[in-house]
Write a protein that binds this ligand. Structure first.
Ligand SMILES: Cc1cc2nc3c(=O)[nH]c(=O)nc-3n(C[C@H](O)[C@H](O)[C@H](O)COP(=O)(O)OP(=O)(O)OC[C@H]3O[C@@H](n4cnc5c(N)ncnc54)[C@H](O)[C@@H]3O)c2cc1C
Length: 503
């Protein structure tokens, strides 16, 4: 076969994972193709919860304000008693923290989130190709040859890397023969987007919360006139997803005749699984999103974990394609698989609690404490005891700019670059180079720690150097005499000093 490389990366699947990855590659000028077997965007609301950590990521990639504008926040849960009276949950007041700008989950139906991501991809010059199905592939030392089926017949694409972002039933994962151990959780549910009358949009209406046989919830979907219906159903048997079928289900479970289903925009009956791929990478083929892990929907973790897989993989893939050592790609599984394992445990635990009528959520669902500390890309010299660790999420903080304007650290990090923050001195410890932004934070620096928030969040001593990765995690924290070690680190991630342009 005389294939020519036509692209650097082929991304199979344009759900949340594939779209985020394509945006990350487009931002960095990497050539890619993004394909999906669907003929048109997926219409269902599915993953409607966007957690605070994902909001930070969406801020960085330039879509957060659009998501807030098109969606909204969760309405108060309203638990109905058998006599028709109800109790509304009272939320704890949210205490703003300088290091964490977002605390509340956003409610945006997944089809709207994906619409915003597609628009951002277009702004960046990227393109999504519908009606193209990956049917097989072969890899060798230099690339992957991929077979696509499309209306015109078949197409062969040669790419340096193939990413299977093709969902829970991933053909890519199957073709690689990667194990997907875990368990079927013995819970089957209906999820449907419906138009209805008889319920207000100010609450998330929940009936029979502690009875799995009779539970049903109806949540108004921000940004649409729809409600998302969720209800467990028996493991066996046909699920009637028609207007009449869902109307009968609602009437039987709520005991109310005033709720009328008018139409069904999308509906599905699915069995819940908790499964994790044994590997995320085989050679030049990697998995992202639900292709690598499937969880129950409790706690709203799946879409968020998928987006964050791609946010972790995107900069690494771009760095390797630009010449960094290919071993950098191994840190993707090293960092992301343990996160998925923990999320799988969390969402399964929450599913069990939901079966007992307990729908409380803790800080762990927010995903703000995800850390890659202890993994091979986390460097501390000297090792630190307590406080911020290398591998932790780099906190936000209000800052002043030397020219007089206020700002935030997240604005300094925003973009596809690495950031080196020097505490008071040391901004010249490393030579400048493409892809690295260097700032000195202090009274004589270009950034001013006006109220000490940076010092408190980063636990600094004068002369300390903190390297922040493009995905907003701390790569390295080093003392003033560790510039040589930072050079070695930067070479590993594709920012070698040889690339320096003096001027
Ligand atoms: C009821 C429900 C509620 C949920 N609630 C939440 C929530 O509140 N929060 C949350 O974070 N998550 C939630 N999730 C999970 C969330 O929907 C998924 O985790 C998310 O869609 C995963 O994104 P993905 O891009 O990895 O995969 P998908 O969205 O499944 O996208 C995969 C894409 O690959 C395409 N594809 C597949 N095979 C091929 C092929 N051979 N060739 C070309 N294209 C292919 C498919 O057409 C599809 O578009 C929920 C899920 C359900 C079912």
């Amino acid at each position: 076969m005389t294939d020519t490389i036509v692209t650097d990366v082929l991304i199979c699947g344009a759900g949340a994972a594939g779209l985020t990855l394509s945006i990350e590659l487009a931002r960095r000028g990497v050539a890619f193709r993004l394909i999906d077997s669907l003929d048109a965007p997926f219409p269902g609301s599915r993953g409607k919860g966007i957690q605070p950590r994902s909001q930070e990521i969406f801020e960085d990639i330039g879509v957060l304000d659009k998501l807030v504008a098109i969606g909204g926040f969760y309405p108060q849960p309203r638990a109905y008693r058998p006599d028709g009276s109800y109790e509304s949950a009272v939320s704890e007041p949210v205490v703003p923290a300088s290091g964490e700008p977002y605390h509340l989950p956003l409610l945006v139906p997944q089809f709207l989130t994906e619409r915003i991501l597609r628009a951002r991809l277009t702004e960046l010059g990227g393109r999504l190709e519908f009606s193209r199905t990956l049917t097989g592939f072969e890899q060798d030392a230099d690339g992957v040859t991929v077979l696509l089926a499309c209306a015109a017949g078949t197409e062969t694409v040669r790419a340096k890397y193939l990413i299977g972002a093709d969902g829970g039933r991933s053909l890519v994962r199957h073709a690689l023969n990667i194990g997907f151990p875990g368990r079927t959780l013995g819970v089957r549910a209906i999820v449907a987007d419906v138009m209805l009358t008889g319920l207000g949009r100010e609450a998330w209406h929940r009936f029979h919360e502690s009875d799995l046989q009779r539970q049903i919830s109806l949540c108004p979907l921000a940004g649409t006139p729809l409600f998302q219906l969720q209800a467990p159903i028996p493991l066996e048997g046909e699920a009637d997803l028609s207007v009449e079928g869902l109307a009968a289900l609602v009437a039987a479970r709520t005991g109310r005749e005033d709720i009328a289903i008018q139409s069904v925009a999308w509906a599905s009956a699915y069995s819940m699984n908790a499964r994790l791929a044994d590997r995320y990478r085989v050679g030049r083929v990697l998995l992202a999103g639900d292709a690598a892990h499937v969880h129950p929907p409790t706690g709203g973790q799946g879409l968020n974990t998928s987006v964050q897989d791609s946010y972790n993989l995107g900069w690494k893939l771009a760095a390797v394609i630009a010449g960094a050592d290919d071993g950098l790609l191994d840190t993707y599984q090293e960092e992301r698989r343990p996160v998925a394992a923990a999320m799988l445990g969390l969402s399964t635990k929450l599913l069990e609690a939901a079966g007992r009528g307990d729908s409380r959520r803790g800080r762990d669902v927010q995903q703000l404490d995800i850390s890659y500390a202890g993994a091979s890309l986390a460097l501390e010299l000297p090792a630190r005891s307590g406080g911020l660790a290398a591998g932790d999420r780099a906190p936000d903080a209000p800052i002043g700019k030397a020219a007089g304007q206020p700002g935030r650290l997240f604005q300094v990090f925003s973009g596809s670059h690495w950031t080196l923050l020097a505490c008071e001195t040391g901004g010249d410890a490393l030579p400048p180079r493409p892809g690295l932004h260097i700032h000195t934070v202090g009274p004589a620096g270009d950034l001013v720690d006006t109220d000490g928030h940076v010092r408190d969040a980063y636990g600094w001593q004068p002369g300390d150097l903190t390297l922040v990765r493009p995905d907003g995690y701390v790569g390295a924290i080093a003392g003033p005499d560790q510039a040589a070690a930072l050079e070695v680190y930067l070479r590993r991630v594709g920012l070698a000093a040889e690339a320096v342009t003096h001027g």
